[in-house]
Design a protein around this ligand. Structure first.
Ligand SMILES: C[S@@+](CC[C@H](N)C(=O)[O-])C[C@H]1O[C@@H](n2cnc3c(N)ncnc32)[C@H](O)[C@@H]1O
Length: 224
């Protein structure tokens, strides 16, 4: 068990625990995740406040992250031999999937310092190398940017054009924005998933859409 991660989780919920588990859609990846078995009864008021103040997003595998990781593992040619930056990485699932699919360099970014620790621990658990950062390097351009379930924060919509222009391809997975109209992005796939461990989210949040951006999409639009 990770000695680094448990204290970080218990900062949010003192009576919580972690377990190593494989998300249902990605049996080939194991992660340190929230253990629902140790939580008996509803959250107290103080616990609920603590979860809101410091949500341990990294201790869950979000539906969009799972669907995106499955997409990457089923289409390794999207990332093999390429530099991949995963934004809002959380547990690091999509970043780890990219590394397993043969990406040459993987950088996992998250604003949450606990998530940065989680990615390192989860990458080690799966025997892959993933670099970690808080914000995107401004100087470099990756081949591929991946991002799953980051549009729950609508402020992140503003970054879609920048990601599109920075990377040759963006793979974006989302279930929070129903009709995403983002220039240069096209819907490639819809698939079902559930956040793991299950948070019993509304059905609409279990329908994940994968969008791809690519220079070819922008070129086609220019030629219309
Ligand atoms: C709902 S979780 C999704 C985690 C993971 N991608 C998955 O699907 O399992 C969202 C994560 O994105 C991070 N995040 C949100 N906006 C971000 C941004 N602009 N840059 C970096 N990280 C961000 C949050 O800290 C959180 O860890």
């Amino acid at each position: 068990m990770s000695d680094l991660l448990l204290p970080l989780l218990q900062r949010t919920l003192p009576r919580s625990a972690l377990r190593v588990a494989a998300p249902p859609l990605i049996p080939e990846v194991r992660l340190y995740l929230f253990d629902p078995a140790v939580m008996e009864g509803p959250l107290s008021h103080d616990e609920a406040q603590a979860v809101v103040a410091e949500p341990a997003y990294w201790s869950f595998c979000w539906a969009s992250g799972q669907v995106l990781a499955r997409y990457i593992l089923d289409h390794p040619e999207l990332v093999a031999g390429k530099t991949v930056w995963d934004i809002g990485t959380g547990s690091g699932l999509a970043a780890i999937a990219a590394a397993l699919a043969g990406a040459s360099v993987v950088l996992a970014c998250d604003l949450d310092s606990a998530a940065q620790v989680a990615v390192g621990e989860n990458a080690a658990l799966n025997g892959v190398r993933v670099r970690v950062c808080e914000t995107l390097p401004t100087a470099d351009n990756p081949d591929v940017i991946t991002a799953a379930d980051v549009l729950y924060d609508r402020d992140n919509l503003q970054w879609l054009p920048e990601w599109r222009d920075k990377a040759s391809k963006v793979l974006l997975a989302d279930s929070r924005v129903r009709n995403l109209a983002a220039p240069g992005y096209e819907l490639k796939k819809t698939a079902s998933g559930r956040t793991f461990p299950d948070l019993n989210e509304f059905d609409e949040f279990n329908e994940v859409r994968i969008y791809e951006s690519g220079r070819h999409i922008q070129d086609e639009k220019k030629g219309d």
